[in-house]
Ligand binder design. Structure first.
Ligand code: ZN
Length: 452
């Protein structure tokens, strides 16, 4: 008997010796597995943080972290995207159909994903143009259970940059651009937990530029405001004609200026920061007069987010960088603006690094940015804090650092807890597969290796 004891114990010890925690919870992220614009990438409810990301071949995956037991469930494949399946596609990964998540009042988890404007075979897009993919809506088969999903056929196929906003009364708002670049931005409202949606309502209009060989186009980011309000920050894309003689590079990712406005969801009326009712949908010249936060014309902008402070004044983040010739834009620095009750405060400066990310306004003075940046060849996620209301920022804490990589980063998770604020994916060269992390204010949420 004695002789067998070591044999019996060895595997246990060996297991114990190798039992350690991963800092990532999944390794099947794909391409730019998360982004600021497809949001929220997760939601916290009753001690569990549910997250979604673009996984293998651009399909949406879902995982859940239980804060009490410190255990993970998933990831499960939740749906099937039409993007990411064509091996002959020139640009291998489309990256526009990343999933956005919301949990309705009955606990069903909804995910919208897979869209990049839809294709002509999906029908005529009355609010814009086509490109690829098909926007789809899936819902968990049971409340708060991420293991099984079903598809609902109740939204147009043409959307992209899908975003969910949930109101206190349970109404769901799905925001997205209704097609490729030359399309309106719209929202759709659901008052029955996402089982049906009202028709799309345009709030940003695409149309021919009044003078240039281009079309007016937009990028928006929507979130909860005060009470029944939804707040939206956006920037402008001058969508040059590809054959224009006015711009030697033809169509480029040129974006400028920052705008802000508010919708009262009880009335559907929109107002600017000063409370003036807006004429909808917004057109370019009208936006420049009525909703402008900051004119940024000598540099290029990318990706706004917006939050309210305790005085119900909006703060806005946007990245800004110099023009680089060619199709691709250069490195962009994070910027912060805020409304002080009378005017917009802030200017394009270097108080924050070249980075992507999102922020939390913790108090009137304390603003916390979660930023993905580069340090040499390392990818770094860190926490930049202002304790003087945004005048100055300091790198407070490094949350994650990986060699020879960079990070894709999500917006702040809905109802996020300090332990789990954002999802990031580690971008490495020569492979589209990504490790995916859930990060809080003290770093990555761990996953023990015996959970698989
Ligand atoms: Zn364009």
């Amino acid at each position: 008997m004695r002789l067998y004891l070591p044999l019996l114990l060895l595997p246990i010890f060996a297991h114990a010796a190798h039992m350690h925690a991963h800092d990532h919870f999944a390794d099947n992220g794909w391409g730019n597995a998360v982004a600021i614009v497809q949001q929220p990438a997760g939601e916290h409810l009753n001690g569990i943080t549910y997250v979604t990301y673009q996984g293998l071949h651009e399909d949406p995956y879902v995982a859940a972290y239980n804060h009490n037991t410190k255990t993970w469930e998933g990831p499960f494949q939740a749906g099937a995207s039409e993007l990411g399946k064509d091996p002959n596609r020139r640009k291998k990964i489309d990256n526009h159909g990343k999933p956005a998540m919301v949990i309705d009042n009955e606990g069903y988890i909804h995910i919208v994903f897979g869209g990049h404007g839809g294709k002509p075979e999906h029908g005529k897009n009355l609010l814009g143009n086509h490109h690829d993919g098909r926007m789809k809506h899936i819902v968990s088969k049971r409340p708060l259970d991420i293991s099984e999903w079903e598809e609902l056929d109740n939204i147009p196929p043409f959307g992209t940059y899908n975003q969910f906003v949930k109101m206190d009364n349970g109404d769901l708002f799905l925001f997205y651009r209704h097609g490729a670049h030359r399309s309106d931005w719209v929202y759709q409202k659901s008052t029955d937990n996402g089982r049906t949606f009202d028709a799309p309502v345009s709030f940003l209009r695409h149309q021919r530029h009044t003078e240039l060989h281009a079309e007016d186009s937009w990028y928006a980011w929507a979130s909860r405001g005060q009470g029944d309000d939804i707040i939206v920050a956006y920037d402008y894309h001058i969508c040059w004609d590809s054959d224009t003689t006015q711009n030697t590079n033809g169509h480029i990712a040129e974006r400028h200026n920052v705008f802000y406005m508010v919708m009262d969801t009880r009335t559907g009326e929109w107002r600017n920061v000063e409370g003036e009712t807006l004429k909808m949908p917004i057109e370019r010249i009208y936006a420049e007069t009525h909703t402008l936060v900051q004119k940024i014309e000598d540099q290029w902008t990318f990706q706004c987010t917006t939050k309210l402070d305790s005085s119900r004044n909006p703060h806005i983040s946007v990245t800004v960088g110099p023009y680089f010739s060619g199709k691709f834009s250069g490195p962009k620095r994070m910027q912060h603006f805020k409304w002080d009750g009378n005017k917009w405060i802030g200017e394009v400066d270097d108080s924050l690094p070249v980075a992507k990310g999102d922020f939390i306004v913790e108090s009137k003075d304390t603003i916390k940015f979660f930023l993905a940046s580069k340090d040499g060849t390392d990818g770094v996620i860190s926490w930049w804090i202002s304790s003087d209301g945004g005048k100055t920022f300091k790198q407070e804490r490094e949350l994650l650092r990986k060699q020879d990589s960079s990070f894709a980063i999500s917006s702040i998770i809905h109802n996020s807890q300090p332990e789990a604020r954002i999802v990031v994916a580690e971008i490495v060269r020569n492979s589209p597969e990504r490790r995916v992390y859930l990060l809080g204010e003290n770093g990555a949420v761990q996953r023990s290796s015996d959970e698989g």
